[in-house]
Design a protein. Structure first.
Length: 132
């Protein structure tokens, strides 16, 4: 709601008994300059350079919950996985990983904290949801 100011000033707020149901077409000037500055920020994000992934030194341990095997997996192999398959669930800790970019983001976060190995659990969705 930062884009149009305080809701009490908004016509939608006044016309709907105090409940704002949307945003006006033209935002007010307050806050937009700060937002534009943040959008144009040159600070690197964790997603920049996500395609490369080669500078990561963290090990990825893949645990297949279906057959109970575990092995060290490379990022080149992880990139080739079918990330669009909803029947396979991949989890690191408490987080479900749904794309290669998200995996790289998580690995970068863990590496910044000094962690040397991350365990990725992989199993069919029904096993993971059943507590597998």
């Amino acid at each position: 709601m930062w884009s149009h100011g305080v809701c009490a000033e908004c016509d939608l707020f006044k016309g709907r008994g105090g409940q704002c149901s949307g945003y006006p077409d033209t935002p007010k000037d307050q806050g937009t300059e700060i937002f534009q500055t943040l959008l144009g920020s040159t600070q690197p994000t964790a997603h920049e350079g996500a395609e490369a992934g080669s500078e990561l030194k963290i090990r990825l341990k893949l645990v297949d919950k279906e057959d109970g095997t575990s092995r060290i997996c490379g990022l080149d192999e992880a990139k080739t996985w079918d990330w669009s398959n909803p029947e396979i669930m991949r989890v690191i800790g408490d987080f479900q990983i749904t794309s290669f970019e998200q995996l790289l983001f998580m690995l970068r976060e863990k590496e910044e904290k000094g962690i040397q190995e991350v365990t990725l659990m992989e199993a069919p969705r029904f096993m993971m949801l059943a507590g597998g």
